[in-house]
Ligand binder design. Structure first.
Ligand SMILES: [Zn+2]
Length: 246
């Protein structure tokens, strides 16, 4: 990390030759330290070089790179990878033991009550909904072990949170109205870029983050939510049918 930082610094300095030279010496020194430490680690406890991540080419487990300006190494492919070349999401999902806590807040009392926890978000969701049904005066929340709000259900709305934005579960009428307003360039009935509704046996989801109003129908709610949580960038190719789907 320090190496990359100093390397970036090097790019900023254009004219000062002696500064550039100092930086080069520093980089070379860091590189030597790195390579020496790597060799020692490799000989004494090579397990420390293992990572949880898969090679983008052959799916074997990656090691920490032996080259200071790369992040990962695949021994099988004999190739080094930068951090951004490695898809870490699936490994992180399965590795991290998440804990979802269901919290209820009784209206007018303003007192938080922890109801239950579950490692599976969708199981927690079922429990939260059941709790809401049985205790109609409560708002129900789900938060994860980093205290991020994931879900909220109150008498006025039901939504899922994903960092900065939220996904709203709305009625079929609201969803159709939303698409109609988007199509006509009018103000939408709900301020949200991602929403879905139940339509008979199906779930209809709308992703309008990129302003394209991608619409897709699903057989179950989990798939609809997963699609909505996905990055917009994955949808442009083959997944969305724009508004014609409804
Ligand atoms: Zn490989």
């Amino acid at each position: 990390m320090a190496y990359n930082y100093i390397q970036d610094l090097n790019d900023y300095i254009q004219n000062d030759k002696s500064a550039k030279n100092d930086i080069k010496i520093t980089l070379d020194t860091l590189k030597n330290i790195y390579e020496t430490l790597y060799e020692i680690t490799e000989n004494e406890d090579s397990k420390l070089l293992n990572t949880d991540f898969d090679c983008p080419h052959c799916n074997n487990k990656l090691l920490i790179s032996d080259l200071i300006d790369y992040s990962y190494l695949c021994k099988e492919c004999d190739e080094n990878f930068y951090d951004f070349e490695v898809d870490k999401s699936k490994n992180l999902d399965s590795k991290q033991t998440k804990k979802y806590t269901i919290i209820a807040m009784e209206n007018n009392v303003n007192e938080k009550k922890e109801i239950e926890t579950d490692e599976n978000f969708f199981k927690a969701l079922d429990k939260a909904r059941k709790y809401f049904k049985d205790n109609i005066n409560n708002e129900v929340y789900i938060s994860d072990n980093e205290n991020n709000l994931c879900y909220c259900k109150s008498s006025s709305e039901e939504c899922f949170y994903d960092g900065y934005s939220k996904i709203n579960l709305v009625s079929k009428d609201i969803l159709n109205e939303y698409i109609k307003c988007w199509d006509e360039g009018k103000k939408t009935p709900i301020v949200s870029n991602r929403l879905y509704c139940v339509d008979g046996d199906f779930f209809v989801a709308v992703d309008n983050i990129g302003g394209n109003c991608w619409t897709e129908e699903f057989n179950n709610e989990v798939d609809a939510l997963k699609w909505l949580f996905e990055e917009e960038i994955n949808k442009n190719d083959d997944k969305g049918d724009e508004i014609n789907a409804i």
